[in-house]
Design a protein around this ligand. Sequence first.
Ligand code: ACO
Length: 320
Amino acid sequence: MNRIKILGSGLARGSQKVTNFDLEKRVETNDEWIVQRTGITSRYISETENTSDLAVRASLHAIENAGLQKEDIQVIIVATMTPDSMTPSTACLVQAKLGLNDYPILAFDLNAACSGFLYAFQLACDLLNRYEHILVIGSETLSKIINWDDRSTCVLFGDGAGAMIVTKGQSQLYHYANSEGDLDGVLKTEGLPLVHHLQNQLPTVGFLTMQGNDVFRFAVRVLKESIENVLEQAHLTIEDIDLIIPHQANYRIINHVAKRMKIDISKFYMNLQDYGNTSAASIPIAYAEACEKGLMKDCKRVILVGFGSGLTYGATLIDQ
Ligand code: ACO
């Protein structure tokens, strides 16, 4: 098991703040319904910046507060389900936009939907056997794949990016990751279905669709399972944990987990009320914001935990 240090973190929001009241003008919904069912009051939507642009902004913050130069980065991993393009990868675009073309860099994307950052972070920690400074990013422009006429999904999501730089250090890690691919239909965005070009069929790109109740039940089950798994590995109990940074999907999901596991809800860091669900970006945005607020200084043990389309899920316990 390797030991790491998180050298720095940063975040970027979409440029336009969209409140529940703004959405009332677009679809048949209201602030009260959205707040009661999700806890969300606003989200940020990107007007001109694509996923790579948000990723670059978050990365520049992370590099600056890590006290590094851009040139120190040797690996760029971007967790995203909304890349700028099928190819090149968003990570390669980030490399270019950071001006790092002339440096040897391993750059690639990873898609595990809302669990993407957790998967990428776990992988990055393993790559520290070969590289010194790794930039791990979660970045999404979910507004591209949302049907803005579908009230059951459009109220939930937002655009943003979070970044972390990891290196070898003293913090001990306990990882857990899992996926249940047979639940693929519960939360889905069609990509490039096979079409018969000779019969003049055109490829289509779909919107995100979701069976909300199924996702809710799944989320509560796997968040509990993931937290329990890393606690067991570390031989710790929940009382030993200072802060839990969950995927920021829905207040009610987190509250259910807190009640079921008898965890004080104040142990969960939440900013979903302001950001909505930013998928792979949600955990690193929350982490960076908690750092900005000085909350991480007094935290010895932190759990990052999430779930996403796939379905995918997992947790990492960081014992500093
Ligand atoms: N405003 C007003 N009414 C709405 C809205 C809306 N935005 N959306 C749905 N409704 C209506 C429905 O049409 C339905 O009306 P009906 O009874 O007349 O048919 C009614 O509200 C209840 O719909 P439900 O889907 O049963 O509402 P529910 O209480 O389950 O809440 C929600 C829906 C918030 C999506 C919930 O299922 C949930 O939180 N699921 C978890 C999903 C989630 O968080 N996904 C995030 C993405 S997953 C990820 O991050 C990996």
